[in-house]
Design a protein around this ligand. Structure first.
Ligand code: R5P
Length: 292
């Protein structure tokens, strides 16, 4: 391992230079993957726009029935038309989502903590690869706690998923966790997103931050941005817009959609930002028109 003494901070990110190894494939860093992996990534990332709208509703795996997710069977049908990919647990999806939707699935495959504990950082890979295959998962999502107590076990879980995913051509989505004690700086996200990419994940889910262009440039696989806590719709749309403008390949939004009073209209306009180049202002105007 290189010693840390005299380590120079990264500074030349060439943010305005497109990724140079995409060949003719639309997903960043994926040109050398095999056919099955590319097929699954193409279910997640629309080949026309190269981007994705993921709908995250896996929150129950550690927090039970949070606001907006009391009834997945009633919620998902309202939103599914505007999502490219559904991110949920195997229990939530199998029980409450019709298989006939034929949507890409980002299957939550790690767990180990609950909100009854203070420290949520201890997770392992709990979903077997055989079940991920049976679910026809387009990706397995593994939470990783860089710089927290659970770092070693979650890095091991992530690498286990990458090993198994490589064997069966199922992408792994590394989820950058930010516990309440953890930093939310560009320095942290640069470190965490790049670490996950170097471990071999095909997608990284992270948060929007200052200097996001640098984070996106330094990460050789697509970044999808989590919504985080519920914001006013206008602000959430601005965050989605800035994320896409700064190099994100999509969003993976949960609470900012399902906790809106108008979740269907909200995901509809998020979709416009991600796939159709709407600005945040245009998207919010459309949102207001749709709800009035
Ligand atoms: C949290 O651990 C869950 O994995 C969610 O999928 C993630 O936080 C994204 O949802 P939200 O947009 O509500 O933050």
């Amino acid at each position: 391992m290189a010693d840390n003494v005299g380590n120079k901070d990264a500074k030349t990110f060439s943010e305005n230079v497109p990724f140079a190894n995409n060949g003719d494939f639309h997903v960043k860093g994926a040109s050398n993957y095999d056919w099955g992996m590319k097929d699954r990534l193409s279910r997640i990332f629309n080949p026309n726009s190269g981007k994705t709208v993921m709908l995250a509703f896996d929150h129950g795996y550690f927090m039970g029935p949070t606001s907006g997710l009391e009834r997945l069977d009633l919620l998902i049908p309202q939103l599914v038309d505007y999502a490219d990919c559904l991110m949920g647990t195997r229990g939530g999806i199998r029980s409450s989502v019709p298989a006939s939707y034929n949507k890409a699935i980002a299957l939550r495959a790690s767990s180990g903590s609950s909100i009854l504990q203070g420290d949520l950082s201890h997770e392992s890979m709990v979903v077997g690869i055989d079940d991920a295959i049976k679910m026809n998962a387009s990706a397995m999502a593994i939470q990783t706690f860089i710089g927290a107590d659970g770092q070693k076990e979650t890095i091991e879980a992530l690498n286990k998923a990458v090993n198994l995913g490589s064997k069966y051509s199922i992408p792994t989505m590394g989820v950058v966790a930010v516990g309440k004690e953890m930093e939310r700086t560009s320095k942290f996200f640069l470190l965490a997103t790049r670490m996950l990419a170097e471990f071999g994940v095909q997608i990284v889910k992270t948060y929007y931050c200052e200097d996001f262009e640098k984070v996106a440039s330094a990460c050789p696989v697509p970044l999808v941005v989590a919504g985080g806590k519920k914001l006013p719709e206008k602000d959430a749309l601005t965050m989605a817009y800035k994320s896409i403008q700064s190099g994100a390949a999509g969003v993976d939004m949960g609470r900012n959609i399902f906790q809106s009073k108008h979740p269907r209209e909200m995901i509809q306009v998020v979709n416009k930002i991600v796939h159709e180049g709407y600005s945040d202002k245009e998207a919010y105007e459309l949102f207001e028109n749709l709800i009035n």
